[in-house]
Design a protein around this ligand. Structure first.
Ligand code: GLA
Length: 361
């Protein structure tokens, strides 16, 4: 038997930039998915059970097929390992997780990464961390069929206690940056599913914007490499102008944030607030609940920045600052939110936590 675990993530800044070749700054959070895998009994198909799911999943390890179900993330890992020549036998897989699903904390990446490490350990094989993260991303994009970028799986694999992960998505290169801030995660309890959201539409809009910008600058490698002047000069038709403006300005904000973090160890909260504003107006992926949090969190002493995190359209927001200030603000924010929206939010205080690891080999 082999056991591996992998964390969820929150992104501090750099939203909707990863699939545009831009930069992101996530942390791994102190919530993990644990995957145990053992060879199945002779002659049996692979089975997957999860503490949070009623149904047992099954698939054929020799030829895993997409079932449109939660165990696709595990079947997809077997499929992708097979593609790079790592044959996994029929397996029994058991999953436990405290990363909430559908909240924008990358429960799917945590499952992909923990499954990848557990199945590799079972097959007595190893992959460099970067390749394990890219394999997890392929499960999401090629097997499950959601056109996400590489951020979530990289954060889950490479995250490190006390550090944010500065990831350049054009080259998939990453550096750890020490960080002193605590992070309050506020789940608005408005569920979102990437498959059902406008995520793929936004991605297509970014591709059209890039195509148009290339009429002016043919060598432009990706949208995040455009300058604000180029975007202005191109006079893209709405909403492509706003989408491009967000991606370009957000990439710049990540760079400035990383500079400040390196100098002081603290996040420049005003840039996180500016990121939220850009996501609300230019990328149009916020919600009234997320906007409410971003505004109200800032009214508390010691909270230095607040914004939506992840894809948006529901899910989670974050506030950053000193741990005691965030802990003091949390109950009031939760109470006021419930009174305003009639939904009970879930709130967690976290710090940058450790990345994925094999627990039992
Ligand atoms: C989702 C995707 C990520 C990223 C964010 C938005 O979490 O899985 O790859 O695109 O949305 O920044």
């Amino acid at each position: 038997m082999a056991v591996a675990s992998a964390p969820g993530r929150v992104n501090l800044i750099g939203e909707h930039t990863d699939y545009n070749g831009g930069e992101v700054l996530p942390i791994a959070i102190a919530r993990r998915t644990v995957v145990a895998a053992a060879p199945a009994q002779r002659g049996r198909r692979s089975t997957v059970v999860s503490a949070s799911q009623e149904h047992v999943g099954t698939f054929d390890a020799r030829q895993p097929q997409r079932a449109g179900a939660w165990w696709d993330y595990v079947a997809g890992v077997v499929h992708e390992l097979g593609r790079i020549g790592i044959a996994v036998p029929e397996v029994d897989v058991a999953i436990w997780s405290d990363v909430p699903a559908g909240a924008g904390l990358s429960s799917s990446a945590a499952l992909e990464v923990a499954s990848t490490l557990a199945l590799l350990a079972l097959a007595r094989r190893d992959l460099p961390p970067r390749d394990a993260a890219l394999l997890g991303t392929r499960v999401e994009t090629a097997f499950v069929g959601v056109a996400t970028g590489i951020m979530d799986q990289f954060a889950s694999v490479l995250g490190c206690e006390g550090h944010a992960l500065h990831l350049r998505c054009d080259t998939a290169t990453a550096e750890l940056v020490p960080m002193t801030d605590a992070v309050l995660i506020f789940d608005t309890s408005v569920a979102r599913s990437l498959q059902g959201s406008a995520f793929n539409q936004r991605r297509a809009e970014c591709e059209s914007a890039l195509e148009r910008l290339r009429h002016i600058e043919p060598g432009l490698p990706h949208l995040a490499a455009a300058t604000a002047e180029l975007v202005r000069e191109a006079e893209l038709p709405p909403p492509l102008d706003r989408r491009a403006r967000h991606v370009v300005s957000e990439t710049e904000r990540v760079r400035l944030t990383v500079d400040t973090l390196r100098q002081s160890g603290a996040l420049p909260g005003e840039l996180l607030c500016a990121s939220h504003e850009s996501l609300r107006t230019d990328y149009e992926c916020s919600s009234p609940e997320l906007d409410w949090f971003a505004t109200h969190a800032m009214q508390h002493e010691g909270v230095t920045g607040a914004r939506l995190t992840g894809a948006g359209w529901g899910g989670c927001a974050i506030a950053v600052g000193a741990e005691d200030a965030l802990a003091a603000a949390a109950p009031t924010l939760a109470r006021e939110y419930e009174a305003r929206f009639g939904r009970t939010p879930r709130v967690w205080l976290t710090r940058a936590a450790a990345g994925a690891r094999v627990e039992i080999r």
